[in-house]
Structures are given as structure tokens and as C-alpha cells.
Design a protein. Sequence first.
Length: 395
Amino acid sequence: MKTKSFLNLVLIIICAVLPINGCALKIPFFDGAKEELPGKGTETFYFDTEDGWRLAIEHYPPETANMAFTEKTGRTPVILCHGLGLNSYFWDLIPKLSFARYLASYGYDVWVVSLRGSGTSTKNGFSVLRNIAYVRKGEINNASFSPFKFDWNIDHYIRFDIPATINFVKEKTGAQKITWVGHSLGGMIMYAYASLYDAQDVQAMVTVGSPVIIPQPPNNILQAFIDNKLLFKSFLIINTRTGATSMANFHKFIITPDEILMYNLENVDDIIVKKTLKYVVEDIPVGVTNQVLNMIRNRDFSSYDGSINYAKQIERISMPVMLCCGVGDNIAPPESVRYVYHNIASKDKTFKMFGTANGHVHNYGHNDLILGKFARKEVYPEILNWLNKHTLPAE
């Protein structure tokens, strides 16, 4: 078991070290024709958190034909939040699998945030330099070389990024409340926020593949991170983003443990995996990594210093909640999401599992829930129908 776990970790590290001298390998033969870039909102806004980080948010206003759906009914704006080590492109990777545009087409006012260290939000300046071959417009302007911005942990997302994002959207829209849709960590941090703070300005939340526990024992790949924790952390100086962009052209030939964790590869098109590696993956700081590793080892999602057990705090959540999970999810298996369903205090709660047993084409993996081949047909409408019932002003 130890040997297998070590080999899994080595494969992940090999993917990270493909960059040479800080520049990602570029193989023109594999690049082919110029590909379409991921989408963006009609406007990009920036705002500051209480602790001095600048966050970027993309605005997808409701399409003109359906604008009355939001304006006349007073529905809440919807904030979409990405998961661990990703950015806002996750929600608008290609037109047919753009959940942001999908909601806007049905009349929703959609806002897509990039948390600190992601997208064009403030990030470690050295991370930007290491990724200079793939730097995006706006990243250099918000790069910081302050020693106070080299590292952070998940608690910073909860304490600072969420309230700043909610307050900004409320200010721009005039809404009293928002609805939060989070994938993976983007949902986990809302569990924590809603259980720690008053959260009266959050009307409802939808989480997609968001656990608060890791079933024990962890699967072999997750166990590899624990068994080789020091080795794994030592390679954080070789950033995940450049490793991912380097692997983008080779992923068809090398199936990595990371891909097995993130997808049911039968349920995702090749272009999706490639573009996610190339445009969506971000560096993960040591503080966030430590917190994730502690969760894998100890089962429960907790604060960085261990003083708050977020998994136990979810009993304080009372707002309407929709919980989505995939049968084939190797990060947030159904039992980990079902734990949330059984332990939150919400009277209005929905648990939705996507897999063949429930009539779906495939057993959905972690990222498939938004980026899978049939997500637009099988997952998006379920979330849309739930939002239609839960985004109206409370009577």
C-alpha cells in the first residue's frame, strides 16, 4: 500500500516538474489550430477585502430577452465560486458548458468571483513570474511581492473573501440578499461562513461536490499525499499551474492520478481536460495545502489552527440548501455530501446524486458535475429548477 501510494505521488510530481527554467514546454505539433479562449463576463470588476487583497469578479447580466425574469420578480443575484486551485474560467470554459452563461440565458444576474491567488485577483508576484509564459491580462497589475501575500489558508477565504464578494455584489445590484453556488471548496467555504456568521444576506446556497468530511480510510491517491506529506510540500516550490499547462498537450497519453481524482474520464471530452489544465489551474499556497492535508488525515474540515471544526458547525446552517454530488466523485463521494444533508438544520434541503442508478448517462466525477459531456442536459436543469424556486424574495 505504501509503495503504491508513493508511486501515485511521484506521478503527480512528475507532472509538476515538466517545466524547464520556469517556462512551460510548448510543443507546436500538439498545439494544432489556435483554440478558443475561455469566456469572460461583459465586465470585470475589482474590489478590496478587509485585509487588503484585491479580488476580481466577472459579471454576466441576464440576457435581454429574459431580463424581466430578474428585474420584475426581484430575484437575488447569483454568485458562482470555483474550487481548490482553480479560477473563474471554470464556470465559462467553453460555450456549451458555460454554467455562467446558462444561468444568464434564463434571466439570472450572475457574478463569477476569483478568490485570492486566482484569476486576476491579487496573487503572489513570484507565482506570476514563474508562469510568465501563460500570464493573463490583468495578472501583472494585481501581482504582489509583499511578504504578507505569499501565503494564506482557507480561513482567509471564509473570513475575508466571502463577505467582501457578497457586499460588492449587493452594492452593485442594490439587492438585499444573494444566492451562492459553489463547486468543491467554493461550497465548503460557504458551509463554514454560514455556520460561523449571521449570513442573513445569503438567501440560499447550492453546493456541487462539496464535502465537510473525507471518509476514512482515504482512497489510494489521497492517502499518497498523507504518506508523503513532506515530499509533496517540498515540491510546492515548483508550481502546479506551470505543471498543468505543460501537461495540457500530453494528457491524452499520460493519465495522471490528478485526472482520476478530478474526472470520470468517460464523461468528459478531451478538450475540457486540456483547457482546464491550460487555463483554469492555479498555484495552491502552502497554508491551503496544509489545511486540505489535515482534512484528509483527520476526516473533518477544520480551521487552520484546529480550533474550529467546520464539519461539526454545519448544524447551525438553516438556509435552503441544494447538495449535488457525483457517484464517481473520488474527492467528494456521495457519503461525504450526504453527511452534510443529514447534519445541517435546514428544513428546506435537497440532496441530488448524479449517476447511472438515477438514470443519468454516466457516474459523474468531481469536475464532471459542471464540465461533463451531459452536464448541460442532466445537471444544469436540476440546479436551475431549484434556483427558480429559491431565489425569489422571502414573503
